[in-house]
Design a protein around this ligand. Structure first.
Ligand code: FAD
Ligand code: FES
Length: 220
């Protein structure tokens, strides 16, 4: 069940070009891998959506890429500071797959660490835009890693049940190769629970809200 709680920062660590933000868990449920939380971004009106990256005992950890004011404010938090956290929200990955292969692009690797732990360390392939970004693969030591110009989609083998998260062009390429894949998408989200329609997209002429129907959707 999603809950809204005010939680303390337990730690903030650089992981290559990204930042791992650790919060004390309190009464929050980590949820299913691929679900997300809305984190208060200090000084900003709206919270920001983040997938859970790791769920160590008593904590929830989020991997962040600072791309704008909200994510920058979250990366600048100090241990002991407190922020509101709401979640888990949305629909995560189905875990009942026979031959999982996790595919991540850039910050899209965030939910894959938690996912790998929940389905017994499956094969993982990750792609990054630079060696510095690729240092984050330390969170998934078993992963096969490529750096641009090699594309992570080149590592996908047929006959696997693909679970993927990454930038839109990567997800579209995965969907083309693997129509049975599960894909975690992103959209700008203001509320995270279906009220604002900020994350709405059209499928077959119908408006769907990514925060309610997704963020994980079947590729087909
Ligand atoms: C379900 C979900 C899970 C996410 N998980 C993570 C995560 O684990 N780690 C992480 O770093 N980020 C994650 N994001 C993306 C993150 O929410 C956005 O990058 C963040 O809201 C940007 O806020 P900002 O104020 O820093 O930048 P802004 O100034 O709001 O945006 C900076 C740039 O990013 C674009 N942008 C903003 N929000 C999004 C978005 N949601 N999707 C795509 N582009 C966007 C803007 O158009 C702009 O170009 C997730 C998003 C969703 C919807
Ligand atoms: S974020 Fe408000 S409806 Fe999806």
């Amino acid at each position: 069940m999603p809950r809204r709680e005010r939680r303390s920062v337990a730690g903030v660590e650089a992981v290559g070009a990204y930042t791992l933000l650790r919060l004390d868990r309190g009464g929050l449920d980590p949820g299913v891998p691929g679900q997300f939380f809305m984190l208060e971004a200090p000084g900003r009106l709206l919270p920001r959506a983040l997938s859970l990256c790791l769920a160590p005992a008593g904590e929830l950890a989020f991997l962040l890429e600072a791309v704008g004011p909200g994510t920058e404010a979250l990366c600048a938090l100090q241990p002991g500071e407190r922020i509101h956290v709401f979640g888990p929200l949305g629909n995560g990955f189905r875990l009942d797959v026979e031959r999982p292969l996790l595919v991540g692009g850039g910050i899209g690797m965030a939910p894959l660490s938690y996912l790998a732990g929940r389905i017994g360390r499956p094969p993982v392939v990750l792609g990054f835009r630079s060696d510095r970004h690729a240092e984050a693969a330390a969170l998934l030591p078993e992963a096969e890693v490529v750096v641009d110009p090699v594309l992570v989609t080149e590592l996908i083998e047929p006959d696997f049940d693909v679970l993927a998260c990454g930038p839109e062009p990567m997800l579209r390429a995965v969907a083309e190769r693997c129509p049975g894949a599960q894909l975690a998408w992103e959209a700008a989200m203001a509320c995270g629970y279906g009220a604002c329609y900020g994350c709405a997209f059209e499928i077959d002429g119908e408006l769907k809200r990514l925060c309610v129907e997704g963020p994980v959707l079947a590729a087909a």
